[in-house]
Structure formats: C-alpha cells, structure tokens
Design a binder for this molecule. Structure first.
Ligand SMILES: Cc1cc2nc3c(=O)[nH]c(=O)nc-3n(C[C@H](O)[C@H](O)[C@H](O)COP(=O)(O)O)c2cc1C
Length: 319
C-alpha cells in the first residue's frame, strides 16, 4: 500500500513535513495545503516558501491549488514546473463556507458547466500532470456518477476521493459504496481518503478494496504519526522518538514564527489529535490548551510524557 499524507492547512506545512519525515517513515507522497493564486498567478510569500524545492528536498511533494480560475491555475502550474514539479493537485473538496460561496473547492462541484469549461482549459494548457482531490458531491452522493463521468473525459493522473459531500463537512461516515462505484467506473488510478484512524481501519479498507493501491491519511497520522509504518508491520511509536519529534518541531517553529502566541497556536493545534495517543491524556490536554506561555506549555507537555503511557493505537474518532 502507498500512503499519502493529506494536505492540512495550518498544520502540514514544510516545517512539519520535514520534521515528520526525519522521525517517522511510511509516507510515499505529501500534498501541500492549498495554494490560492490570484488571477495573475500571484502567490503569497508564505505559500511560495511552503513549496520552494529547497524547503522540500526530503519529501516527495505534490503542490495543491484551490481555484476556479483557469488562467490562475495555468500560471501557477507553469511556476511549479519551473520549480521542478511534475504534478499539481486540484482541490475540489474544501467544504469551508467562504470557499464554497466563491464556487471553489467542494462548491465548484455544483457548478458543472463552469467546472467542465475550467477542466477543458486546464487540461489543454497545463504543462504538468494534474491529479484531482474531490468530494462526491455538494449536497448528495447521487451527484457523484455524473461528476465521475466528467472527470473520466480528461487525463487525470490520479483521482483522490474523500467520499463525503460538502454539507457533511467532517460529520457522518465516508460513503464506501459511492467510493466503490468510483473505483469500478474509471480507469484512472484511484486513491481513498477519509476516517482511516487505526491499523484496523486500514486493514478493513484493504479487505474490502483489495485492488486499491493508495490511501491518503490525514487526522489519523496527526493522532498517531506511526500509523502508516505500523500498518506495514513496523513497531508502534515509542515515547523517545515522539518527544524528540515534538521538541524539534517546537524549536523550529520558534525559529520561524514571531512571538510565543503563534508558536503556541501551532503546537496546540497538533495536540488536539496527538493527545489521543496517550492513555487518559485529556486532563493534560486541558493544561496544554490553557498554557499562555511557552514555559507553561512545556511543563504541561513534559508531565504528559512523564506520567502517561503511550498507546499502540490512537483513540481518535474524528469527533
Ligand atoms: C485542519 C484541516 C485542514 C485541511 N486542509 C486541507 C487542504 O488544504 N487541502 C485539502 O485538500 N484538504 C484539506 N483538509 C482535508 C484533508 O486533506 C482530508 O481530506 C480530511 O481530513 C479527511 O481525511 P482524514 O479523515 O484522513 O483526516 C484539511 C483537513 C483539516 C482537518
């Protein structure tokens, strides 16, 4: 099985990617959090920094674009080619209200005429391969067969399917029946994404879909950074490695972010998930959330590591 690390805006930036890669194995490809180019292809400096080849020399990265503007997509893809990338990923899955209101991400799925024109343009002009990460519809899963028929008209290099609709956000269960429909009705390589949080979840998926070669893991890897390696028979993460990973990440965020608040914000976001790898970690998570200074934060983290056992699998459930 190939494991992709899902793009997660605000979390899986280049510092996180490089640090993760140094301490844990198992990831075949990373996808960048979405780039949101202007009409002239302009990107923010933080977006450029995140995809610069020198900041990603240890990882195989596919940059992702969120737009409904074919010119912006093409100009960005041209720049990505200059950086040495051979694939770009199109985001048709973001469920956020502001994104959907602009008919982008999962909002674009409901605009089939616009989407078709956009796909015609980008597939005829793009200098590198295009993969697509999509939900199965905006309102209902029944939208998916028509969307798949549309995607089937183009040389999509890979279709990554998160089988929820936009209005699900992250609630309800991923729709494995509609995913199966997709896998059965396309000749594109298909990758599954959604709610694989434990090795048992991955095993269950593999049993049901023996021909699918690739899964993309997101929150499951935040809750257990060893998940992909473990699913391939490696030992669970040990606390020495997890502490070293945590401390290195913290150090690097302190180097590049200004002020304690920004560093604390980044680290706290990670603990929402990572605390699920500890037996009865919640009281410690509360202390971590409440920390207003880096020293209070470090004290809370140290006591969690010192006083609680690491579990073999996270108890993260997505809720
Ligand atoms: C905090 C957060 C940020 C995300 N940012 C992106 C993003 O930039 N691009 C994208 O395609 N998906 C994004 N996603 C969706 C994930 O890539 C993934 O599809 C989703 O978490 C479901 O997979 P999982 O159940 O394995 O976590 C984000 C999800 C979360 C929780």
């Amino acid at each position: 099985m190939n494991y992709y690390f899902a793009p997660m805006e605000g979390i899986t930036g280049y510092v996180f990617r490089n640090t993760f890669q140094e301490y844990f194995g198992g990831i075949h490809t990373w996808f960048s959090p979405f780039l949101s180019p202007k009409h002239d292809g302009g990107l923010r400096s933080g977006e450029i920094r995140d995809i610069l080849p020198e900041n990603n020399s240890n990882v195989r990265l596919v940059p992702q674009i969120l737009t409904n503007d074919a010119a912006a997509f093409r100009l960005t893809a041209e720049r990505l080619k200059e950086y040495g990338y051979s694939e770009v990923n199109l985001n048709l899955g973001c469920p956020s209200g502001t994104v959907v209101a602009k008919k982008k991400g999962a909002g674009f799925l409901a605009e089939t005429a616009l989407l078709e024109r956009f796909l015609d343009e980008i597939f005829s002009q793009c200098p590198i391969r295009i993969s697509i990460k999509t939900r199965i519809g905006k309102e209902t899963p029944e939208e998916f067969p028509a969307l798949l028929e549309l995607f089937n008209q183009y040389p999509v290099s890979e279709l990554i399917v998160h089988p929820r609709v936009q209005t699900d956000f992250y609630k309800n269960k991923p729709n494995w029946e509609m995913f199966a429909y997709g896998a059965d009705n396309t000749s594109m390589p298909v990758c599954y994404n959604g709610d694989l949080f434990t090795t048992q979840d991955i095993q269950q998926f593999t049993t049901q879909f023996p021909s699918v070669q690739t899964v993309m893991l997101g929150r499951g890897l935040l809750a257990n950074p060893g998940l992909a390696a473990q699913a391939e028979g490696e030992k669970p993460v040990d606390s020495k490695t997890l502490i070293a990973f945590h401390n290195t990440l913290l150090e690097r965020y302190q180097e590049i972010l200004s002020g304690q608040r920004n560093v604390l914000f980044k680290m706290k976001e990670l603990w929402v998930f990572l605390v699920c790898l500890f037996a009865d970690g919640e009281p410690y998570a509360k202390k971590i959330r409440k920390a207003r200074t880096l020293s209070a934060y470090q004290k809370a983290v140290d006591s969690l590591f010192a006083e609680r056992e690491l579990l073999d699998e996270s108890v993260y459930t997505g809720e």
